[in-house]
Write a protein that binds this ligand. Sequence first.
Ligand code: V47
Ligand code: SF4
Length: 408
Amino acid sequence: MPLAVPFDSDRLRDPALRPIAEKLQAGVRLSAADAVTLYTTTDLLGVGAMADAANRARHGDRVTFAANQHINPTNICVLRKTCVFCGYARLPKEEGAYRYTLEQVLAESDRADGTITREFHIVGGLDMQAGLAYYTEMFRALKARHPQVHIKALTAVEIAHIARIEKMSREDVLIALRDAGLDTMPGGGAETFSAAVREQIADKKLGGADYIDVHRTAHRLGIRSNCTMLYGHVETIEDRVEHLTMLRDLQDDTGGFLAYIPLAYHPDDNALGETLGRTGTATTGFDDLRNLAVGRLYLDNIAHIKSHWIMVTQPVSQVALHFGVNDIEGTVVREKIYHAVGAHTPQGMTLPQLLGLIRGAGKHPAERDSFYTVLREFGATANDDESVMVAAPVGATPHESASALAGA
Ligand code: V47
Ligand code: SF4
């Protein structure tokens, strides 16, 4: 049962939102039809005000972030031709294809110079040469070198791929990875679950029911995870609502999702963008804020809604802190997947930049660990101690920053 949230309905311009506000106030779960209304009304400020009230009831003014580092060990992917929205993947012999050796992964893990990295976020392509041993050795070596660092790695799609090439069950793959050091799983690979959408944008990719099945299995094994939805391509409003309903239903069963992250489709340097004639036209700020707010209101059983500033830009992420968002992607260090598809945001943010962004919205920044336990509060204003914790993002090497480089 959702929290009953105090809310002043006079803030709503669209009368169609009033029954939804009444449910919010009474702690009644929103229906799929309510979600459609939230997605179709032009009263974005009304939707945002409700999401903000729901967020404040849970988290007050606190906004969390993690000191994380993304590592993308291989961009070689068997689905390179069929995930038409992806600009990162390469075929094995294609220009720009790479697969890190263990030494290269370890070197990459040391690059967050000056950052107190607490989480490695590791995702890549579906590479036939990167089987179970590739990842178990990697995780064991990373844990030996950085014992305090949490490993959030491998999407449901990558887990299913490893199981297929190793001829093992997904459960056995997850157990082996967990034993090697996997702590949690990221939410990538979900795209939009609708079969009709998948046929158009990711024909051969693991289907929605299977994505849910892998996360269900992980949750049963004590591996918590995030969930995502890729929006702003060919999906309909009904597709979005169906997708969110599947996530909410699984969360009712397992409680294993930590956070929901809506991902804004970027149309540059990928076949879908060209087919749709959308090159250079990313999602609108209106739709970005709406997706975050609907996530907060409809996914009443997922505690954390994260804004991915790399995709929606820092200014939109900052405004989103008043549209239901309580968590913001962290320092990152080096990002490749979105920078392969036209993201113009920086490769990483320093700690002072992150703190400034959060404080600039009148919120209170706090660093968290990967399970959302708060590690330190930073207060409403800057203090001297913070200058010694400056995390300098490491510049990308030219071949990595310029063009295409993946992520299941
Ligand atoms: O599944 C690929 C997306 C995802 C494009 O769990 C694209 O904490 C936009 O899931 N435009 C991988 N998006 C990244 C991901 C993620 C990111 C940050 C945090 C977490 C987390 C997870 O990237 C893929 C796909 O949905 N993606 N291509 C594109 N053209
Ligand atoms: Fe491969 Fe993932 Fe890109 Fe699809 S989205 S081609 S699975 S890296």
